[in-house]
Design a protein around this ligand. Structure first.
Ligand code: ZN
Length: 464
């Protein structure tokens, strides 16, 4: 048995570590045994598995499969795959669980696992159960059956193509970041009838062009330039495992989470009156106002991938989105975050509108807002810091939501302060009806935070 396991690799939403440091083939095989044991003890047997293009992913994937098979679970091996295609296969085929070897947008030396069971991402408590099974060393035993199952990408493409009808073809540009979008995005775009220019379409496990992350705005200039050069209708930025997507309009403006959620709500809610929409706490107040105007029911919920996904299932909502560019569209589709389906729906909205993407986005309500700021604080003090802000805001604000940190309403606007679930950071965002009000909201929260020992909020630095 393994001598030492760094249990910090078991995160709130997935498993993440660094290859050669706290992740090895031996540990991957061990996690395979633990996850297979978890699946079997919960009545499952067949597990689809896949991997991204990182240097360590192939050997980690093989080790994982070996561990899973030793528990008596069957393995259907998808090979190279995006995370959404793994989710898709869990809905499409008679399988019980899925797992993909990936560290999403993280640097190439990192790796990890995303797990899916009973048609949902594995919640934190179950990730910790897998950890505990691994630590116990008590695994189910058996001889599982292995089979290749590489058809998923084609089936995923076809299922999306079957849902999409365009009045006119669009000219598109996709920056695939040298990562997993390569296996599906170009073909999907062509099959729905559009033309596409690809940037960073050669597999590059070192991500030399830029980190594969759509929320990092510095990644966008080549994409924006290409859109302008070829006079494209829109462009896309995919992350490492292609479960997140950023959008750029025909004038080169970048559009992320909450704005795209509003565009999708305008398309979906009129056809599904009264439906529920999950709104992440970080999102613009305009999303809530827009959902209400369209006759939907907005429900604010906590930041965090599996938290938003669980809430979507619990409320049977039709739409959810995160600022980090995860989109869940349960309209004619499954309840998972599928960047490919989100892309296709946005293409359809623009193609069938008679307007340009920029014109459509320009019609959405837009309040002055800051992006999300991430402020480094001592890990052991982050909860205390947030609690101090929560108590202060409850006293001073006109109203507030305290389901995760605090969203406090003041000066015709609001601010959010919450602690990161994954890093020694607090995140801060502000929005108001006018620029003057936004400055007041920003001053209010900065003066409070800077008064706390160990905290310094610098509005000129998004990450500090
Ligand atoms: Zn990702």
């Amino acid at each position: 048995m393994m001598k030492e396991i760094d249990t910090s690799i078991f995160k709130a939403y997935d498993i993440r570590g660094i290859a050669g440091e706290n992740l090895s083939e031996e540990i991957m095989e061990g996690i395979g045994k633990a996850y297979g044991t978890f699946v079997k003890r919960n009545g499952g047997k067949i597990i689809v598995t896949g991997r991204d293009i990182r240097h360590s992913s192939l050997s980690f994937h093989q080790a994982l499969n070996k561990g899973l098979l030793s528990t008596g679970c069957d393995v259907w091996d998808m090979g190279l795959t995006t995370t959404p295609s793994m989710y898709f296969s869990c809905h499409k085929y008679p399988v019980d669980a899925g797992v993909v070897v990936t560290a999403s947008h993280n640097p190439s030396s990192h790796n990890g696992l995303k797990m899916y069971f009973e048609k949902m991402s594995l919640p934190t408590k179950d990730i910790m159960r897998v950890r505990d099974i691994l630590l116990s060393g008590e695994f189910e035993e058996g001889e599982g059956i292995y089979k290749n199952h590489p058809v998923v990408t084609q089936d995923h493409i076809q299922a999306i193509v079957d849902k999409i009808n365009l009045d006119r073809p669009l000219k598109l540009v996709a920056d695939l970041s040298g990562a997993m979008g390569i296996v599906i995005v170009p073909e999907l775009i062509k099959k729905i009838g559009c033309e596409v220019e690809i940037i960073n379409g050669e597999v590059d496990p070192d991500y030399k062009a830029h980190q594969p992350d759509p929320i990092v705005l510095e990644n966008y200039p080549p994409l924006i330039n290409k859109i302008k050069e070829v006079k494209a209708d829109m462009g896309f930025m995919y992350d490492g495992d292609a479960d997140r997507i950023g959008f750029v309009d025909n004038q080169g403006q970048i559009w992320l989470g909450d704005k795209i959620q509003m565009l999708l709500a305008r398309d979906i809610l009129p056809k599904n009156p009264g439906s529920k929409v999950i709104v992440e706490l970080k999102n613009s107040e305009a999303v809530v106002e827009e959902v209400l105007r369209l006759g939907g029911e907005p429900i604010f919920w906590k930041t965090g991938h599996t938290l938003i996904e669980e809430k979507l299932h619990e409320e049977n909502a039709i739409l959810a989105a995160e600022m980090s560019c995860h989109y869940y569209i349960a309209d004619q589709w499954y309840k998972f975050d599928d960047a490919m389906y989100a892309m296709a729906r946005v293409i359809q909205i623009v193609a069938n509108s008679g307007q340009s993407f920029a014109e459509l986005m320009g019609e959405l309500p837009n309040y002055p807002a800051t992006p999300e700021y991430r402020v480094t604080v001592p890990e052991e003090k982050k909860l205390e810091i947030v609690e101090e802000v929560v108590n202060y805001a409850k006293e001073k604000c006109d109203r507030y939501l305290d389901i995760d940190g605090i969203r406090g309403y003041i000066h015709n606007g609001w601010f959010l302060v919450r602690s990161s679930n994954t890093q020694p950071m607090i995140s801060v965002r502000a929005e108001a009806k006018t620029s003057d009000d936004l400055e007041k909201v920003k001053d209010f929260i900065k003066s409070k935070l800077d008064g706390i020992d160990g905290v310094n909020l610098d509005w000129s630095k998004q990450h500090s």
